[in-house]
Design a protein around this ligand. Structure first.
Ligand code: ZN
Ligand code: ZN
Length: 367
């Protein structure tokens, strides 16, 4: 006879049940943490703070450790919320937000103003709502906290060995909102075949934002071999960067949007950007008027954020005229030059994309 197996619904119910038990245990742990903290035991042990003791001995992150102590210390001010946790209608994370709010507003705290929100919203959204409550209780204190935040902002930029730029920082809430408002529209998925995850889209959006639709005014130095992508050629050089690949040089040379490309070989220096192949202003206007936006199927990045891409590269004899140029946004331009995608223009002027060839290992044949 076959053993009956649990259905997914049963497993899901089991998961909810287990999480509820964890929440109950977390409340008990919070009570112990608060008691040991209040009688000074956790600091007598030689730790800098009670949260430090919890971090080391209970293997918690700083935030979780301070939540434990906060919840334990404010438990008496939120009996109704604890009841709701016991019957499973809110979770421990709700209680943690409640306790942080109690800590922030002090004597004026009233759980009855918050509990309906906790019952209605997920913990993340509830935290957001709780900030409105804090503001409504004491607007001045809230503003002071935010301006404290403003002095804590910082941004560090460092270059990794690989040449990648590492960015790390904290922005105050208002500054952070400004950055998000600028990045979000640029970080939406664009066009067909966009399989980037959100963090990658943010990274691309930041670069797009920084270059303001134009290539930065940078100077690139490369030999003719590099520009042609010949085997054995050295890499190109660019300000603020480690040596760059010939594919990247080709992309930047494609519409000569960098200030200039100096070709130096055997003391021969040619100023490509200024002398040849530049897309003239009238031609660029005509191109923008014809294409309006990036021509990658499904992409609508406006012309102001696009490069003029040579379908047949000028280094290989492609002319700089309307027939041989299409608008491509920075990311799709990169996909063509560095990503190996091909663009084909059909007879009726449509652009078709061809994915780079991927060669998979062939299955091993019979011996
Ligand atoms: Zn190009
Ligand atoms: Zn595009």
């Amino acid at each position: 006879m076959e053993q009956p197996t649990a259905s997914f619904e049963e497993l899901a119910q089991e998961l909810v049940f287990r999480e509820h038990q964890i929440a109950l245990l977390q409340v008990e742990a919070s009570m112990l943490a608060a008691e040991l903290s209040q009688n000074g035991f956790l600091e007598r042990e030689g730790y800098n703070s009670p949260t430090d003791w919890l971090r080391f001995n209970c293997h918690l992150t700083d935030k979780v450790a301070s939540d434990r102590i906060n919840v334990g210390e404010h438990l008496a001010k939120m009996p109704l919320s604890v009841d709701c946790l016991r019957d499973g209608s809110i979770g421990y994370s709700h209680l943690a937000v409640m306790a942080r709010t109690a800590e922030a507003v002090g004597k004026k705290f009233d759980e009855r103003a918050l509990l309906p929100l906790a019952l209605e919203f997920t913990p993340g959204k509830f935290y957001y709502k709780s900030l409105h409550y804090r503001h409504s209780v004491d607007a001045k204190k809230y503003a002071d906290e935010q301006s404290d935040d403003a002095t804590n902002h910082h941004l560090t930029l460092s270059t990794a060995e690989s040449g990648h730029l590492l960015i790390n920082g904290v922005l105050d809430p208002v500054g952070g909102a400004a950055v998000r408002a600028a990045l979000e529209p640029l970080a939406r998925k664009s066009g067909e075949h966009d399989h980037r995850l959100l963090p990658q889209r943010y990274a691309d959006a930041l670069v797009e934002l920084a270059s303001g639709g134009k290539q930065a005014n940078i100077q690139v130095t490369a030999t003719i071999e590099t520009l042609k992508g010949l085997a054995g050629a050295a890499a190109g050089e660019m300000e603020f960067s480690l040596p760059i690949s010939s594919l990247a040089v080709q992309r930047m040379a494609c519409e000569c949007s960098v200030t200039r490309i100096l070709l130096s070989q055997e003391s021969l220096v040619m100023d490509i950007g200024r002398t040849t192949r530049i897309v003239s202003a009238p031609l660029k206007r005509a191109l923008k008027a014809r294409d309006c936006h990036c021509r990658w199927p499904g992409c609508e990045r406006p012309a102001s954020k696009c490069d003029g891409h040579h379908l047949l590269s000028w280094i290989n004899g492609g002319p700089t005229d309307l027939d041989n140029l299409v608008l491509l946004c920075r990311r799709h331009h990169r996909m063509v030059h560095e990503g190996g995608w091909q663009l084909i223009k059909t007879e009726d002027g449509q652009i078709v994309t061809i994915a780079p060839t991927v060669t998979f290992g062939l299955p091993r044949g019979p011996d």
